[in-house]
Design a protein around this ligand. Structure first.
Ligand code: F6R
Length: 607
């Protein structure tokens, strides 16, 4: 995820900016840059590691004591020198860094283009520099305010100008920004960690606020211009805690990020007229009319996301959809008909097996669509179409927010294909839109009320074997819940469709055996209840993930991890969250290394 750093004070800005950016490295990035004002503004930027930027600066240091810096994690435009931030307007007098996404970027770019503006990058950020320059009338604050009024989206930006070289003007619209108050110097950053070694006194900039940073401190006002008196926050975390924004582990932080990841993944892709616009995906109606088979291929958690995709595509689009483990598919002889689409899902876009299966499908004439989190990854470069998930870098080996974003990506794809094919009734489209928009708040509620999950974790922390069951979409979630538990708690667990239990595994259910049942699907509700009865009759202990207003489940199960009632199409998306938290708390109780579980790697680039 991108990082912002800024400095105004008596010291040389460039080395301080570089140091701050290095402290943001852990967030992941693909390029970095700084801009320093000293009369004219000088910019240095480079694709790749910060060392490359450092080498550039070493060759030719830029002098000046006001500056902004950035680490970029590509969203618009491939990682490259020219797309790296900072970006300037054509005169070079207004320079901007920016995190997040300008949703109406295409429209603004063409409007500015028609007024003669020329652009040197593919980014949405550059638009902001041009807008600010265009609106500048002797006051940088007003120019930034006016530019921001035209730029929709969730973002944070920081701007400097040669005309007013004593300040940084910054805005927060959802993406975080903080001001660090030093002694005769002031810092700006997207993350406290970048400046925690300089000061422990911070002003937190809230959504829809502007901040003007000078060496004497900072003034905060609302976007509309009313002054805000923000109390200073004194931070006493240590550096390691700060990296995780105060969470004990990256996994927990990433679980908590899921509501905003959903919003980011949807941002700018759904409009008020029920249209979906997926930049990078061009399945037009000619292709969609011929489309008669979807094959999803992936590994691990991404495969489990594909299990959800299979249900969504078959149910909503009525297109036969299969999901294949990539490591199996690459050595099988897949039957790929003409008119087929292969959806390769991979957080990293670098998983060797997924790449091999995707290449095989493509070589046999299938169109290849990549669903991935990493811009410029091998999978994204080789695919015909790419949908990016915008989950931001995932640090914990056990995937949570990337999985969540993969689910959301597949709902968006179903809308895209459904509308190109003309098979989705307006009412169904509205239902999907409503479901997607409701998810962040529902997940927030689950995360905030985790007492029952902690209690359930205590009750299974020393179990020998556990079973996860569910039907349809609930089965897909059961698979993911079981994998999470295995990965970080090292407990043995198995997941299966609820109907499969009685065909053998029931022999293993004895007094006290924990069975985790996911039950959100009303169409198979009674059937899953029967499976619960079978487990109870053998003395098994049922932990149900179910709607919190379901009295029957509270009667039957030993423990219920309740989730807010939702549309059945989306129940399983929220249902995975208690299972992620359950795995987290069990692993914690067992004292394991949660973020780096034994024997596992984040990206499996070998076969
Ligand atoms: C488990 C996990 C792995 C990955 C799998 C595929 O939490 O993260 O199972 O899902 O190795 O990785 P990607 O999605 O990068 O292809």
């Amino acid at each position: 995820m991108c990082g912002i750093m800024g400095y105004v004070g008596p010291r040389q800005a460039a080395p301080l900016l570089l140091d701050g950016l290095q402290r943001l490295e852990y967030r992941g990035y693909d390029s970095a840059g700084v801009a320093v004002a000293n009369g004219p503004i000088s910019v240095r930027k480079a694709e790749g590691k910060i060392d490359r930027l450092a080498a550039l600066l070493q060759k030719e240091m830029i002098e000046g004591s006001v500056g902004i810096g950035h680490t970029r994690w590509a969203t618009h435009g491939a990682p490259s020198d020219r797309n790296a931030h900072p970006h300037a307007d054509s005169s070079g007098k207004f320079v901007v860094v920016h995190n997040g996404i300008i949703e109406n970027f295409a429209q603004l770019r063409s409007e500015l283009g028609s007024k003669g503006h020329e652009f040197t990058s593919d980014t949405d950020t550059e638009i902001l520099a041009h807008l600010i320059a265009r609106r500048y009338d002797g006051d940088l604050v007003s120019a930034v305010r006016s530019a921001v009024a035209s730029a929709e989206g969730a973002y944070a930006l920081a701007a400097i100008s040669e005309h007013e070289p004593d300040k940084i003007v910054a805005v927060r619209r959802i993406s975080p920004l903080v001001v660090g108050l030093g002694d005769g110097e002031t810092f700006l950053a997207s993350d406290i960690l970048a400046v925690l070694h300089h000061t422990r006194d911070f002003l937190i900039v809230e959504d829809d606020e502007m901040v003007v940073v000078t060496e004497d401190g900072a003034t905060i006002e609302s976007i509309s211009g009313s002054e805000i008196d923000r109390p200073v926050m004194h931070v006493d975390w240590d550096i390691e805690q700060a990296e995780k924004s105060g969470f004990d582990h990256f996994m927990l932080k990433e679980i908590h990020e899921q509501p905003s990841v959903i919003s980011e993944t949807i941002a700018g892709r759904l409009d008020n007229h029920n249209h979906v616009r997926l930049e990078g995906v061009n399945l037009d109606s000619t292709f969609a009319d011929e489309l008669n088979q979807i094959c999803i291929t992936a590994c691990g958690t991404a495969y489990h996301a594909g299990l959800v995709g299979r249900e969504i595509f078959s149910r909503l689009l009525r297109i036969p959809t299969s999901v294949e483990y990539a490591h199996e598919m690459r050595y099988a002889e897949p039957l790929i008909a003409s008119g087929s689409l292969t959806l390769a899902i991979s957080q990293s876009g670098e998983t060797a097996d997924t790449l091999a299966a995707a290449r095989l499908a493509r070589s046999q004439g299938s169109r290849l669509l990549a669903l991935t989190n990493v811009v410029g990854s091998t999978l994204s470069r080789e695919a015909d179409d790419v949908l990016y998930t915008r989950a931001g870098p995932e640090m914990s080996v056990a995937s949570t927010k990337a999985y969540m974003a993969m689910l959301i990506g597949q709902y968006l794809l179903a809308l895209h294909i459904g509308s190109a094919k003309g098979v989705l009734e307006e009412e169904l489209v509205e239902r999907i839109m409503r479901g997607l928009h409701a998810l962040p708040a529902d997940i927030e509620t689950i995360i905030e009320n985790d007492e029952e999950i902690v209690t359930a974790a205590r009750s299974i922390a020393s179990a020998e074997d556990l079973y996860f069951i569910g039907r349809g979409l609930d089965y897909a979630v059961a698979m993911e819940g079981s994998l999470k538990l295995k990965e970080i708690s090292y407990l043995h667990s198995e997941a299966m469709p609820a109907g499969e239990l009685k065909h053998g595994t029931l022999a293993l259910i004895t007094e006290g055996t924990p069975v985790i049942v996911v039950i959100t699907q009303q169409s198979v509700y009674e059937k899953t209840i029967s499976a619960i009865q079978e487990v109870k009759a053998r003395g098994g202990r049922v932990i149900a993930v179910a709607y919190q207003d379901d009295p029957i489940i509270y009667e039957l199960a030993d423990t219920v991890l309740g989730i807010p009632r939702s549309d059945d199409l989306f129940g399983p998306v929220a249902a995975v969250v208690p299972l992620q938290l359950l795995a987290y708390h069990v692993a914690r109780l067992r004292g394991h290394d949660i973020d780096q579980p034994r024997n596992l790697a984040k990206s499996v680039t070998v076969e």
